[in-house]
Design a protein around this ligand. Structure first.
Ligand SMILES: Nc1ncnc2c1ncn2[C@@H]1O[C@H](COP(=O)(O)OP(=O)(O)OP(=O)(O)O)[C@@H](O)[C@H]1O
Length: 616
């Protein structure tokens, strides 16, 4: 529970138990107030009417309106003339299904449920009433409202021939035109029209929850992040400040790094945050001078770079190991596994006209790849843009990537990141090197050549395409299938006679940049909308937690401060109104919109009244 304390502002008497659970419209948080004076910004006035004896002409059910805030508990618990203890919030089920753009209210035109009404100005005048030993507090304005509503109630009583519940409630709603949500901003207003057109066909569930693809992808990432599979490897329980090591690759040998290495996911022992550890096997740090380079890498923050967090040496693995700690991005794939791994035959059928099986194929050997179809040009440019963005940040920091290889670039969803940066700088650090800058410039040029090879391999969807004797054929393939801009970019990067710079690639990307920017911003809009939805869901969840903690505590021996008696009994009635409503013929009446709407009203502290009928 959130421990938020407010200074007293209005005049609700401190004896009120309700004050303990008051939710302020300004900040609808649970306010535990033990041994402190009450502190409310404005009167809490969520109204729950209790069931009471009575009958109507229609179905033998009856109801009364009780004062706002609290009701007389004995009218339910000890109603002598009403043997039935069952009560129900009668709500018609005549509504049509909720469709996009509908508010839950609009589905039931003849529903007795109350519509949000304009709220009265905050008042500090409190009306106090003692009924049967229980003291009730409500704002003076509400007290007047009660009178009005009670009068409306009697005028539509069964004796007057009205259908008591519905007519009465409608009258109550009419009598409270001046009441409303104090904070209409606390309700998800539905998607913006700009987002609506981007979403797949509306499902009712999407009105409340995120799309199932988004949920399953987040769930998959979380599952990967939480896994503790060690793959049968004997690993130390703790390595420096990290525990829960899980290997991320079966073999402890890394082919693309200058030294044997292995990678793990691990949890930081103090913070519980997960990190990616790259262990360099059997490595002794010769000189601490290389720590200056480590510091430079640690400072480099970019959305296309996996950030280096720290470097330490350890003997926990039984040897002298160097461990580099990076940010962990669950669900990542290397570019190699995503784009250069042979696709699996799904049905056992092999196309006899593909690959080497067709010797006189018009296809070149480059095209006879089983890595999947050639990529759409936009996808290649999307990768180029992210790689050049990351590379630009690296080079501008006076560093070089040095491991620009498909196994050392990871892709998470649509995000591409350089991974394992700084390893080459540490393991091949030469303290005697006089001109470090000249060396870096050389490595930066090598980065650009490697980038050219990678783009060529991506365009041909084949790693063989960058072999010396294949390069010419590969570039012809690119010229045939893609724009001249892509071909020119590759040629520029592979022409090692000129001094190249990553910033020169920007004009070649040109207006494609705007396409990608548009795609990203559209994605941001959609995610923003989902966030708004989930924010409201989180608020409702907290509210339910609070209700759940208070409701149904018979073990507290009918203590008046608990829910079986006294003020908190109203919360139990409200819970039943939320979840246990039945239709007029006694069938369970389940409506998500009703629950959401009622919780929102509770949270906002509306002055509305609901009728609960006792079943005869
Ligand atoms: N920062 C990271 N967060 C999460 N997973 C990562 C991260 N960096 C790499 N990985 C994943 O860890 C696994 C191992 O990475 P590694 O760089 O060793 O790739 P590799 O293909 O095994 O390379 P090599 O052939 O050189 O061993 C890969 O599946 C990669 O997707």
């Amino acid at each position: 529970m959130d421990q938020i304390f407010y200074s007293p502002l209005n005049g609700v008497p401190s004896e009120s138990k309700l004050a303990t659970y008051m939710v302020t419209p300004q900040s609808p948080e649970f306010i535990p107030r033990l041994n402190s004076s009450p502190s409310f910004y404005s009167p809490y006035s969520s109204v729950i009417a209790n069931g009471s004896c009575g009958s109507n002409g229609g179905g033998g059910a009856g109801g009364v309106v009780v004062p706002p805030i609290v009701a007389k508990p004995t009218s339910v618990l000890g109603a002598p003339a009403c043997p039935s203890t069952a009560y129900s919030a009668v709500t018609p089920i005549k509504g049509r299904p909720l469709i996009r753009g509908d508010s839950p209210q609009s589905t039931n035109n003849d529903s007795p449920r109350l519509t949000p009404q304009p709220s009265p100005p905050p008042t500090t005048a409190i009306h106090q009433e003692n009924v049967g030993g229980t003291t009730y507090f409500y704002p003076a304005a509400a007290a007047a409202g009660v009178t009005t509503t009670s009068q409306a109630c009697s005028s539509s009583s069964p004796e007057n021939g009205g259908r008591y519940g519905q007519h009465h409630t409608a009258a109550a709603a009419a009598a409270q035109m001046s009441l409303s949500f104090t904070h209409p901003g606390h309700v998800y207003p539905g998607p913006a029209s700009s987002v609506l057109s981007l979403q797949p066909k509306t499902l009712l569930s999407s009105a409340f929850f995120m799309p199932s693809e988004m949920r399953s992808s987040i769930q998959a990432r979380n599952a990967i992040s939480n896994t503790l599979e060690t793959g049968g490897m004997e690993l130390p329980l703790e390595v420096d400040n990290y525990h829960g090591l899980c290997p991320l690759e079966p073999m402890a040998v890394n082919l693309k790094l200058p030294v044997p290495a292995s990678s793990y996911k691990a949890t930081h022992s103090n913070t519980g945050v997960k990190y990616f550890l790259r262990r360099i096997h059997g490595f002794r740090l010769q000189s601490t001078k290389c720590m200056s380079v480590v510091e430079m890498w640690k400072k480099l923050q970019h959305s296309n770079v996996v950030q280096l967090r720290e470097v330490f040496t350890t003997k926990a693995f039984g040897d002298h190991s160097l461990v580099l700690v990076y940010d962990y991005h669950p669900g990542s794939q290397t570019l190699l596994s995503k784009y250069f791994t042979p696709s699996v035959e799904t049905n056992g059928y092999t196309d006899p006209f593909s690959g080497e099986a067709r010797p006189f194929s018009h296809k070149s050997s480059l095209q006879r790849t089983v890595n999947g179809p050639m990529l759409a040009e936009n996808e290649i440019w999307f990768i180029i843009m992210q790689l050049t963005a990351g590379l630009r940040a690296i080079h501008q920091s006076g560093l070089a990537c040095r491991t620009l290889d498909p196994t050392k670039i990871i892709i998470t969803g649509r995000r591409v990141r350089f991974s394992c940066l700084g390893i080459s700088d540490i393991v091949s650090f030469d303290p005697n090197q006089a001109n470090q800058l000249a060396v870096i410039t050389h490595y930066q040029q090598e980065d650009l050549t490697s980038l050219g090879k990678l783009v060529l391999a991506l365009a041909c969807r084949c790693l063989h395409s960058i072999h010396r004797d294949q390069v010419q054929a590969s570039i012809e393939l690119v010229a045939r299938n893609y724009s001249s801009d892509l071909r020119n970019l590759i040629l520029y990067l592979l022409t090692t006679t000129n001094r190249r710079a990553v910033s020169d690639l920007m004009p070649m990307i040109g207006a494609r940049f705007y396409i990608q920017l548009d795609a990203l911003q559209t994605q941001c809009d959609m995610q923003d909308d989902e966030l708004a939805k989930e924010m409201e869901n989180g608020r409702l969840y907290r509210l339910l937690v609070k209700l759940g903690c208070i409701n149904e505590r018979p073990e507290l021996n009918m203590d008046v401060t608990w829910s079986e008696t006294g003020d908190r009994y109203m919360l139990k009635l409200f819970r039943d109104y939320l979840f246990h409503s039945v239709s007029e013929d006694g069938r369970p009446w389940l409506d998500h919109a009703h629950i959401v709407q009622c919780l929102n009203k509770l949270d906002a502290g509306t002055m509305e009244k609901n009728i609960l009928k006792t079943c005869s």
